[in-house]
Every structure is written in C-alpha cells, then in structure tokens.
Design a protein around this ligand. Structure first.
Ligand code: HEC
Length: 151
C-alpha cells in the first residue's frame, strides 16, 4: 500500500519535471525568436523594411531569391558576407538567428537548413569584393538549374 503511494508521488513529480522542461524549452525558444526580431528591427529593417522587400534596385528584395540562396553554400556565404550583415554589431550567434528569422519567419522559406554560429563565423571572415556581381552570378546559376530541372 505504502509502496503504491510512493510510486504515484514519484510519477507525479516526474510528470511535473517533464512539463516544466517542455515549458521552459518553449519559453526559451520564444525568447530567442523575439530577440532576433528585435535585432532585425534595430539593425536591418531601416533599409530592408519590415517585409524584407527593401527598395530595389539599391536594397534588394530578399523575398525574391532568399529561399533559393539558402540552398547552396555560395548563396549562404553571400547572405552572410554582405556588408549590412557581416559588419553589423551582432555576434555570430545573433547574426545566425537574425538570418534564420528573415528566411523562416519573414520570407517563409520551407525546407531550409538553419544557419549555425560556426557557419556564420566561417563565411563572415571571407570579405566579398563586388556583392552585386556575386548576386547576379548566383541568380544566373539558380535560373540555369531550374531550367535544367524543367527539361
Ligand atoms: C544601410 C542600409 C542597410 C542596412 C542597415 C542593412 N542592409 Fe542588408 N543590404 C543593403 C544593401 C544596399 C544590400 C545590397 C548589397 C550591398 O550593397 O551590400 C543588402 C543586401 C543584403 C542581403 C542580400 C539579400 C539578397 O537576397 O540579395 C542580406 C541577406 C542582407 N542585406 C542582410 C542584412 C542584415 C541581416 C542586416 C542587419 C543585421 C542588414 N542587411 C542591414 C543595405 C542594408
């Protein structure tokens, strides 16, 4: 009898622990996301606008090719190395969160691999000479491969 009660107390405590874990993990995630959103508003939105559509042709519309850029190493390096991103005061982890926020929450890109802190630190150290030329080259490659896929 005693044993049974003890067991149910243990069970109850375990359930509580699991619930707490779920709650705090969810809360932690929400906090990270909103921090990324705040960083976007403070550091990027002035030029890129809340919807990431910018003011083309000077500030590109990120919703146009953003999801496609996220699919290749060269595209991911480009997104990280543009001056607005690379030279921002954000840490590598914060920049990873902001770029993921843009891609997932603003653009709504599906099936993408989120940036990690170490990926950002690798790309960020590679300075890019002519970002517009790199962008044009990437778009040409994306168009060529989507045409090849249609054939
Ligand atoms: C002063 C204006 C300005 C600010 C602030 C700015 N950017 Fe940009 N961004 C640009 C311009 C202009 C380009 C086009 C390439 C270039 O000249 O750097 C660009 C290009 C980009 C691109 C490439 C988009 C594409 O699809 O071609 C990304 C990604 C990007 N910026 C991210 C950011 C992030 C993240 C921040 C904030 C941490 C930021 N930018 C802040 C002006 C800005």
């Amino acid at each position: 009898m005693m044993h049974k009660r003890l067991l149910s107390v243990v069970k109850c405590k375990l359930t509580l622990m699991v619930l707490c874990c779920i709650f705090f993990t969810a809360a932690g995630h929400a906090e990270r996301l909103s921090q990324a959103q705040i960083n976007y508003m403070l550091q990027c939105q002035g030029c890129h606008k809340a919807n990431a559509k910018g003011t083309p042709p000077d500030t590109p519309d990120m919703t146009e090719y953003g999801a496609a850029f996220m699919q290749s190493d060269a595209g991911r390096a480009y997104w990280t190395s543009v001056p607005g991103a690379a030279n921002s005061p954000l840490s590598d982890a914060e920049l990873a969160d902001v770029l993921n926020y843009i891609a997932i929450s603003i653009i709504g890109a599906k099936d993408i691999t989120p940036y990690t802190e170490s990926e950002i630190s690798l790309y960020r150290s590679q300075k890019m000479q002519d970002v517009y030329a790199v962008r044009d080259q990437l778009i040409a490659e994306i168009k060529a491969s989507s045409e090849a896929n249609l054939k």
